[in-house]
Write a protein that binds this ligand. Structure first.
Ligand code: SF4
Ligand code: SF4
Length: 292
């Protein structure tokens, strides 16, 4: 098997900035795929790195979600790579995956020698830091390359100290990642609402990544699509927007899957709510009303 030719074809067709081979099939469950699984019969994984970092300008939306939805950008690139590889390696199968995959993409990327696992729970690329998306092609081709040791985290504790929730400190299981809190449906607890307001985020959290020394001085080379149509804030006009205006805004955004209600709640909470001296939250319209 000519693995360097295979990786060249993958990189050229997908635009991945880096690519590697994982000579095993790490699944989310840790078990071999069942016969009904699309991964059944697959032997290894081609992993591509797609950096998205375009700068860390101030904003209330986390960095990965500022451009267009990465699924819609990476999926066609992986499909093109699968097509090119199928033509170059007749009879072999190539199954694309990005994010919603039965594969453990983070492990596959580490075992492919593209980076390592940080104490913040994220994959960290040696060249691009943790601001990357992973795209994979599972294949029934077998490779003899050794599985790489994904080591490199300094275990310096910078991510843990910077984290506003304590979720990286282990012990307290009640702590929850702020990123997950911003995605929660329904009503938030007072503590969750206060945290979102204090961190001024309507979607996601980059604090542990921005604190990580592995993200300093990394190469900045995002796919061109990630530079387009970027937003750092939710438009304030959404507060009184119609259904059609919300639909138009959410179309193609990485957070669209969560639905309007969550975004609308977060907008109201973070951008239109203030705390009184005794900590009671009041909406801006009520504040204005008081001032009249
Ligand atoms: S901040 Fe330090 S401990 Fe945390 S992921 Fe980065 S290198 Fe590892
Ligand atoms: S994303 Fe934010 S809340 Fe979650 S672990 Fe990182 S710093 Fe903590």
């Amino acid at each position: 098997m000519d693995s360097s030719r295979l990786l060249d074809i993958f990189r050229t067709a997908s635009g991945a900035r880096e690519a590697g081979l994982c000579p095993q099939l790490p699944t989310q469950s840790g078990k071999a795929p069942k016969p009904s699984s699309p991964l059944h019969g697959m032997k290894s994984v081609i992993v591509g790195i797609f950096p998205y970092f375009c700068g860390a300008e101030e904003g209330e939306i986390c960095l990965y979600a500022r451009g267009r939805d990465y699924h819609s950008i990476i999926a066609p690139r992986l499909a093109a790579a699968a097509e090119s590889l199928s033509a170059a390696f007749p009879g072999a199968r190539f199954l694309p995956g990005c994010d919603a995959s039965p594969l453990n993409e983070v492990r596959a990327a580490g075992y492919a020698g593209l980076g390592f696992f940080g104490d913040n729970g994220l994959f960290i690329s040696r060249r691009y830091g943790s601001f990357v998306f992973l795209g994979t092609l599972a294949t029934d081709l077998e490779f003899t390359a050794p599985t790489c040791e994904p080591e490199g985290c300094y275990h310096c504790g910078a991510c843990r100290r910077a984290c506003p929730t304590g979720v990286l400190s282990g012990g307290d299981k009640r702590a929850e990642c702020l990123s997950a809190i911003t995605q929660k449906k329904g009503e938030l607890t007072a503590a969750e609402a206060a945290l979102m307001r204090a961190c001024h985020t309507v979607w996601g959290c980059d604090v542990c990544q921005l604190a990580c020394p592995h993200n300093r001085g990394v190469e900045i080379d995002p796919l061109p699509e990630f530079r387009e149509d970027r937003i750092t804030h939710l438009p304030r006009s959404l507060r009184n927007a119609s259904d059609a205006e919300w639909d138009a805004f959410l179309d193609g955004r990485a957070f669209a899957w969560r639905g309007r209600e969550v975004l609308q709640r977060n907008l109201e909470l973070v951008c239109f709510t203030k705390a009184t001296e005794n900590g009671i939250l009041i909406r801006e319209s009520e504040i204005k009303g008081d001032r009249k």
